[in-house]
Design a protein around this ligand. Structure first.
Ligand SMILES: *[C@@H]1O[C@H](CO)[C@@H](O)[C@H](O)[C@H]1NC(C)=O
Ligand SMILES: *[C@@H]1O[C@H](CO)[C@@H](O)[C@H](O)[C@H]1NC(C)=O
Ligand SMILES: *[C@@H]1O[C@H](CO)[C@@H](O)[C@H](O)[C@H]1NC(C)=O
Ligand SMILES: *[C@@H]1O[C@H](CO)[C@@H](O)[C@H](O)[C@H]1NC(C)=O
Length: 327
């Protein structure tokens, strides 16, 4: 059965950390930033490290509006594990209006919802991957709607290059059909663990009656380490009904944090273009650096958006795009 194909309109901002003193020195894997003098930055804008030192986040890249799709590759390989989906190339996606930009500059990505398909035929959909790589940053995604419903499986995630999972994967937004909560998941090479007593509002994924804190993507079934958001407005009908919201992922030497804000709760500093995560309250999910070096297990990530179908979600198999059976 297939129902529902909602649109998903987004803008994505990526910010780099700016340390005034480090400007003329090595950027240490960070973006070399050309920034206005700190004196011209708003004071409220100063993010804090755990040791009390401060820095600001500056806009590095903005993906939105008419040029949104210019900076992404359309992934159109057929992967047998993807089961019921065919990812189409750029021309086809535009021709079939699976991707387009509205007159008011909303970015739309959708899957085919008009073709009648025989059992076993694959439905056309879109998977795009950014050309640019980032090593740390603040990633802010504004979503008006996300597709949901039986068999629809949208995701926003980042991944490193080379042999998976050695450069890590961060699943920021992973709605799974009939699951009304977002799940944040990290997949890494062996040696990275979630610190379950760190400060975050979500709940670590339970497997076999225990919190599963090992992020090793090479374990059987590749569960990774995941945290489920408590808010039902984080994904699904409620997320859409109240106007979507903002997902923010902060990745630096202090760890990897994810916040989600439903529309009415989006912090004003995000709209103002001067986001300051230290004022946002606890994240929904947090990978503490004590048991997982965020700069070593996660390297040079690019961004992926996609929508797949009929993936059956299984707690033991939460790797994206694994399809256990065709419905
Ligand atoms: C396909 O999706 C569009 C956009 O959500 C919607 O307006 C339309 O009614 C859908 N068509 C079908 C056949 O479900
Ligand atoms: C992907 O798209 C390119 C460009 O249109 C095309 O040449 C190629 O054959 C496609 N690959 C697959 C596996 O469909
Ligand atoms: C978590 O608990 C362990 C063991 O009690 C402690 O050593 C560690 O500091 C705690 N970590 C955090 C982030 O609270
Ligand atoms: C990450 O990218 C930077 C800049 O392109 C490059 O210098 C560095 O070698 C890359 N790191 C790895 C581990 O691939």
């Amino acid at each position: 059965m297939y129902r529902g194909c909602l649109l998903y309109a987004s803008s994505l901002l990526i910010l780099g950390a700016f340390y005034p003193r480090a400007l003329s020195e090595s950027t240490d894997g960070r973006f070399p930033s050309v920034a206005p003098p700190l004196s011209r930055q708003k004071r409220s804008n100063l993010d804090k490290n755990p040791d009390g030192t401060t820095f600001v986040w500056l806009l590095q890249d903005s993906y939105e509006g008419k040029t949104f799709y210019d900076t992404f590759e359309f992934f159109n390989y057929s992967d047998p594990t993807n089961g019921a989906v065919t990812y189409v190339d750029r021309d086809h996606a535009f021709d079939k209006k699976l991707v387009y930009i509205t007159d008011d500059n909303k970015v739309i990505m959708k899957s085919d919802n008009t073709s009648w398909l025989a059992h076993g035929q694959f439905r056309e959909s879109v998977r795009i991957q950014g050309r640019k790589h980032y090593h740390t940053g603040l990633f802010i995604l504004d979503l008006d709607k996300a597709p949901w419903g039986c068999g629809v499986w949208p995701a926003f995630w980042t991944i490193g290059e080379g042999q998976w999972p050695h450069a890590g994967e961060i699943d920021i937004f992973e709605g799974v059909h009939d699951n009304q909560h977002n799940q944040v998941t990290w997949h890494t090479s062996p040696g990275c663990h979630l610190t379950p007593n760190a400060t975050f509002t979500g709940s670590p994924v339970i497997m076999s009656g225990k919190q599963h804190t090992d992020c090793n993507g090479l374990l059987p079934g590749n569960p990774g380490c995941g945290i489920v958001e408590w808010s039902r407005a984080s994904y699904g009908p409620l997320f859409d009904a109240q106007g979507g919201g903002v997902y923010a992922m902060k990745w630096d030497e202090n760890g990897i944090s994810v916040w989600s804000f439903f529309r009415a709760a989006v912090p004003q500093d995000i709209f103002d273009g001067s986001p300051n995560p230290s004022t946002w309250g606890p994240p929904v999910a947090f990978l503490h650096p004590a048991r997982c070096d965020p700069l070593k297990f996660f390297v040079n990530h690019s961004i992926i958006f996609d929508i797949t179908f009929c993936g059956r979600f299984n707690e033991l198999k939460i790797r994206l795009f694994e399809v256990l059976s065709y419905e």
